[in-house]
Design a protein around this ligand. Sequence first.
Ligand SMILES: [Fe+2]
Ligand SMILES: [Fe+2]
Length: 503
Amino acid sequence: MPLAAVARVARHRVERSTDAGRTISRRSIRPRRPRRGRTAVVVESSKDHRRSSKTSPDDASRRDGARKTSSVYPEDVSDAFDRAVSEEGRRSIVEVTNVDELRERARAERKQLAATELALAAAVLARKQESFDSMDEFCSYGYIASVKGVYIDVSRNEVPKGFAQTASENFAREMREMVAFIDPDLDESDGRTTMPKELRVKLEALRLDSDAIWEREKNRPEVPAPWLLKAPYLALCFMLDKLFDETKPVQRFWFLETVARMPYYSYTAALTFYEILGWYRGGAELRKIHFAEEWNEYHHLLIMESLGGDVSWRDRFLGQHAALVYYGVLILLWFMSPALAYNFSELIEAHAVDTYAQFVDQNAELLKTMPAPRIAVEYYEGADLYLFDEFQTAREVRTRRPRIRTLYDVFSNIRDDEGEHVSTMNACQKEDAAVSSPNSVNAKTAAISALITAQYVFTRFAEIRGGLGGELLDDLLVDDAILDDANAGILDAILRAVDALFL
Ligand SMILES: [Fe+2]
Ligand SMILES: [Fe+2]
C-alpha cells in the first residue's frame, strides 16, 4: 500500500505542481540525477513514460537540435528535465524567470566561488609548507613505491605485463638488491636518502618495546582459541620479535601488514571456490566485507612503504614469501573449518592492536611532530569512504571519520582499524550470526524507516480525510498546502529512498 501510494503521490505532484497559474515548487523542477542503469527520474510514472516515449520524430529532432545549440547541460539532465516537466510547466518557468538575470547572477557567484577556492588553496599550501616540508616527497621512500608507484600516482597506473615478463623483471631487480644486501661494499637502493634529514632522524628514533606488547596482551581479556591455533600464533609472534628489534618498528609493521592481507585474500578465494562449484551463495556479502578489510590492510601497508618499511631486501624477501605460505595455509584451514580460520585471524588482529597501541603510546610526542603520509590522508579523508565504512561491521556507517594531521593520527587510526578487524573476525566465528555489510544494513534501515514514515504519513492523511467529511484521499495528497507545510520533505525523502532501493 505505501509504495503504490508513493507512486501515486509522485505522479500527481508532478502534474499538479507544473499546472499553469500555480506556484512552481523548486523540487518539482529540479531534475534528479539518474542512477547508473536505473530509471532516470524518480517521479516519472508509467503514464509519463508512455507519454514521453510517444513523442513524435519532430519533437525528438527539435529537442536534439536544442541540445546541439546548447551544450550547457548534459543530455541525461536534459532528458530528465524533459520527462519530469510538462510543456505547460516549462512555459510557466519561462514566465516567472529572467534568464539573463539568472545567468548574470550565476556568473558573479561562480567568480566569487573561484576567488574563495583560490584563497583556500593558498591557505592550505602555506600551512602545509609552514608545518611540514614537502609532504608529497614524504610519500615515496619505500622501495616498492619508488620502483612501482602506488595507485594515487596516476601516471604510474597501467595494465600489468604478462606473468613471465613481470616475474623476470622483478627477479632481475631484486637480484641486484640481494647482491647489494650480501656485499657490504655495495648499498641497497634506499628511497630514504631523499628524505629531509630532520624527518629521517625522527623516524630512526622511533622505538617499539616487544616486552611491553606481551605485557599488554597479558592484561587484556584473552582471545579464546585451541592450542592448534595458539601454537603457530605464538611462534609467529616470537619470530616477529626476533626478526625486528626495537629500533625497527616501521619494518616490523611492514612485515605484519604484508601478511595481514593474506587472510582476506584467502577467505575471498575460498568463498569464490564454493560459489564456482555452486555449493554456497550466502557468502556474497561476506566477500564484500573481506575485500573492504583487505583494502584497509593494503593501505596500512602503503603507509608503511611510504615510511620506508620495505627498503631492505631481506624484509621484502621474508615478508613476501611468508605471505605466500600464509595464504595457502589459510585457504586449507578455512576449508577445514571457517570458524578456525577466523579464530586464527582474531588472534593475529588482537596482537596487531597491542602492537600499534604500544607503539603509539611509546612514541606519542615524537609522532605528533611528524607529518602524515599523503596516502594516509587520501585513505582516511578521501571523498569516497564507502570501503572504509564497509569493513567496520561492528559500527554504523559514517560514525567514524578520522582527521589525519600527523603521524600520531595515522598510527592511532591504524590501531583502531585493527580493533575493528578483531570484532569482525570474532563475529565471523558465530554460526548463527549473519555478518552484514554496514552499508547494506544502512540502506535497508533507511528503507524500513522510509516505509514506516510513509505509513505514518498516509495514516495521518486518512485521519484528515475523515475529518473533512470523506473527500478523496488523492485530492488531499496532492494539495500543495499540505505538501509544502509539513510533508513534502518527508515525501521527497521517501521517493529518493524508494528510487535507490526498489527501482
Ligand atoms: Fe593492518
Ligand atoms: Fe588487521
